[in-house]
Design a binder for this molecule. Sequence first.
Ligand code: KIV
Length: 288
Amino acid sequence: MAEAAKQKKLTVFDLQAKVDRGEKIFQVTAVDFPTAQLVDRSGIDCILIGDSLGMTALGYESTVPVTMDEMIHHAKAISRAAKRALLVGDLPLGAYHACTEDAVNSAMRMIKEGGADVVKLEGGEEFAPMAKAVVDAGVPVMAHIGLTPQLMSKLGGFKVQGKNATAGVQLLKDALALEQAGCFAIVLEAIPDRVAQLITDRLRIPTIGIGAGSYCDGQNLVLHDMVGLFDRFTPKFVKRYANCWDLISKALVDFQEDVKSGGFPKAEHSFTMKEDEYLNLLQHLPKT
Ligand code: KIV
């Protein structure tokens, strides 16, 4: 772990090199300083400053209300922690949808103020001009297609995408347009594994799957989902590696019981005073 922390900062070229060597890319969404430290020190390649933090850290029902200012606030904390991983800053709904100028300005804010290394934006070929403008301005872009939660009203909710032939072909067209626009990698969220395989085989850039099967060049999970820190729902594509919710709930119950029973605090949690200082203090107590 400590060794991973000492290694040099990863770049987009290191991701491509991993894929060329036949190795998988690991990407995990973190939301703040401690979660980013944990992810960075574990050796994960990319920390995603994902707008899913709107749900896992801010309590929104979806990612739709998340603002650029909220993203920057979290990005700053995460970038203070990330010493090795490539930092991918999500651009939230509204930050790039109107025009290429908005896209470039938002991407620059994410890099300059938030401290991210690259940005990610959701959407298919209709957003290729925005992606290209950001790449041309000098900021590497990770694309994101399939289930794009920012556009969940248009998609009819959190639903698997690309399930029929027409939708599958459209996803491939989207991926190719975004690669053509200069994106360096693409997230494939909640699509059939066979569609993800077709896309991965046809693209030169790495695919990072989340609910897109095992064939992708890399995998993404949201830390809060994988360690059980989000209790509202668990998508089918999540594997839970720990149950932090139960662990923390038990600690909170144990704390209350300890305080009631005298089990906490004990001498080892308290501060002492020298005997002579204490006697001195008693002599100088104000008269009541
Ligand atoms: O916001 C996020 O965490 C994401 C991942 C689900 C890819 O966009």
